[in-house]
Write a protein that binds this ligand. Structure first.
Ligand code: NAD
Length: 481
């Protein structure tokens, strides 16, 4: 049985779409049709922006409410998401192949955590303070909501990444038009159902799926939108930044990555290797921050390659909805084609595959790719430089700590990273020298209370923490006598 929606959630109501076009969602594991939603086009984006604009500009509306009043609505919204959490996780995993054992603690939990965290924070942080002027009198410094936000989200963690934007934006008093990725539209409609059930005021949150780039590009360029929050590929981010630059529109960009795991010469491999899975292959490598370049000391190179290959060989591939699965299919046929292209290129450039490299036996349906390890790879090779967004790791040798840092930094990207060592101080000292937005010592667990984002081609601005709330506020100074 498929799940099919006939309308879009715009202006607090289920609204007839402007066209008959539809987006179909398919199972990554079986390639079967799961359901469909209307494909929002420019006219639907216009309607959603108009609704968000009305809600924001209302002189007694959302933006003007006391933080506690907005927080109460966000709490209700969180409660409605909780009741839909199991179905949410199931829809995400069925569409994008995320093993449900990871989907549950991430996609089923983080959105609720985000809403509650920002509901609390907006009540704690002063939105206005009076300072003694440096010249004469006093100045009231206000943090005001930025306005109507266009939020554009990818398919790899569609719920988590949506709420990295929706939660702080709504808490700050902004209103939102969210455009999910066309690969993950069914879970996005559950957000709309939860928002409707929680009785968010009309227009405060609008959800418009669109196929291809048209709807997103229309949202970015829309004169009624005051800020863009984007997560996705570096290429799309660059195009969006160009438009926002021309329009002088604030933009947050969370883009691609090719992060490095620095395994130091004193690391205890029996402790490192099991934990390296989450930092390097989680969600079939379809995670922006993960470490797909494994930097190993030349003196222990063979040992690292063998231990890593053994770990990867033992990973259980299967149906993402089965709790014992740790590697599911990748999200689409197109994504698998890209990954297989990179594997072929890695081989052609002289990389040695120690495990994987093809499609797993026994999976005739579904977009499965074997987790793959390349040894004898140089940091300049294609598989070490470009984001593959699949389960492919490259193991690269280094001479000493300075060389490890140099190679880690020799990348167009700077999003995540890890250092593995038996001396945490030494690891932290090295972590400080890596050009990146976030990095873990002996593991990588994203802290939602701390800013997250990238340097270089990995993006602009930060999400999460108080900094992630500030991204939806602007300062105003009122000079008082
Ligand atoms: P994508 O860039 O193809 O699409 C992302 C979203 O942007 C989709 O909703 C898409 O429809 C929309 N879009 C694409 N081009 C657009 C344009 N020109 N104007 C407006 N909207 C546009 O990315 P994807 O394949 O869905 O996701 C994978 C990418 O996302 C990877 O590069 C990954 O590293 C990145 N990512 C980054 C982070 C982070 O926090 N830095 C997190 C997750 C994913």
């Amino acid at each position: 049985m498929t799940v099919d929606y006939g309308s879009l959630y715009i202006g607090g109501a289920w609204t007839r779409p402007s066209s008959e076009q539809r987006i179909e969602a398919y199972s990554a594991a079986t390639e079967e049709l799961l359901g469909s939603v209307p494909a929002g086009g420019p006219a639907d984006i216009d309607a959603a922006v108009a609704a968000a604009r009305r809600a924001f500009d209302d002189p007694n509306g959302w933006a003007t409410w006391e933080p506690a009043r907005r927080a109460a609505v966000l709490e209700r919204f969180a409660a409605e998401l909780v009741t839909r959490s199991a179905e949410m996780v199931r829809r995400v995993s069925a569409q994008n192949g995320m093993p449900i054992r990871f989907g549950k603690p991430v996609e089923g939990t983080v959105p609720v955590t985000m809403l509650r965290y920002y509901a609390e924070l907006i009540q704690q942080l002063p939105t206005s303070e009076v300072r003694r002027s440096l010249v004469v009198g006093n100045t009231e410094v206000r943090r005001e909501p930025l306005g109507v936000v266009g939020a554009i989200v990818p398919w790899n963690f569609p719920q988590t990444l949506a709420f990295f934007k929706i939660a702080p934006a709504l808490a700050a008093g902004c209103t939102v038009v969210m455009k999910p990725s066309s690969e993950t539209v069914l879970d996005a409609m559950l957000i709309a159902e939860a928002a409707a059930a929680a009785e968010l005021p009309a227009g405060v949150l609008n959800i418009v799926p669109g196929s291809g780039r048209t709807a997103g590009a229309h949202l970015v360029a829309h004169p009624g939108v005051d800020k863009i929050a984007f997560t996705g590929s570096t290429d799309a981010g660059r195009a969006i930044a160009e438009t926002c630059g021309r329009l002088l529109k604030p933009v947050t960009l969370e883009l691609g990555g090719k992060s490095a795991a620095l395994i130091l010469d004193d690391a205890d491999l029996s402790a490192v290797i099991p934990n390296l899975f989450a930092a390097s292959l989680m969600n079939q490598g379809q995670s922006c921050y993960i470490c797909t370049r494994i930097l190993a000391p030349r003196s222990r190179y063979g040992e690292v390659v063998d231990a890593l290959s053994d770990m990867v060989r033992a990973l259980r591939i299967g149906d993402p909805l089965d709790r014992s699965t740790v590697i599911g299919p990748v999200a689409s046929a197109g994504q698998r084609e890209i990954i297989e292209g990179y594997i072929a290129k890695g081989k052609a450039e002289g990389g040695r595959i120690t495990v994987g490299g093809g499609r797993p036996a026994g999976f005739d349906r579904g977009w499965f790719v074997e987790p793959t390890v390349f040894a004898d790879v140089d940091n300049n090779s294609t598989v070490a430089r470009e984001e593959i967004f699949g389960p492919v790791l490259a193991v690269i040798p280094f001479d000493d700590d300075a060389d490890a840092v140099r190679q880690a930094n020799d990348s167009p990207y700077g999003l995540g990273g890890t250092v593995w060592t038996s001396d945490v101080e030494r690891g932290a000292a090295l972590a400080r020298r890596v050009q990146t937005g976030s990095i873990g010592v002996n593991g990588y667990t994203m802290d939602h209370g701390a800013p997250f984002g990238g340097v270089k081609d990995s993006g602009l601005g930060r999400e999460l923490g108080p900094e992630g709330l500030a991204a939806y506020q602007q300062y105003k100074s009122i000079y008082l006598p």
